[in-house]
Write a protein that binds this ligand. Sequence first.
Ligand SMILES: [Zn+2]
Length: 81
Amino acid sequence: MSNPYRCPNCKTNKTRFNKIEQIAQPIKMDAQTGETVDSYQNGNIEAFHIIYQGPDYKVQCAVCGNIEDERAFTQFAKLGH
Ligand SMILES: [Zn+2]
């Protein structure tokens, strides 16, 4: 299912966008060096590690450069005239 977009910033663009796929990678890093010490490739993330549950996509308006959650663009399209 697809929904129309409209940029809530410039308010005119309904056709040109950059869809930015968000792929959250859980990591554990060394506090001193910033080196990744675990990227949980085997899937056993600690219980207290909050898993990313945000939107799959960010969207950038390719006219004014505004970046928002996809929802901001679809909501604004619904308000549109
Ligand atoms: Zn815009």
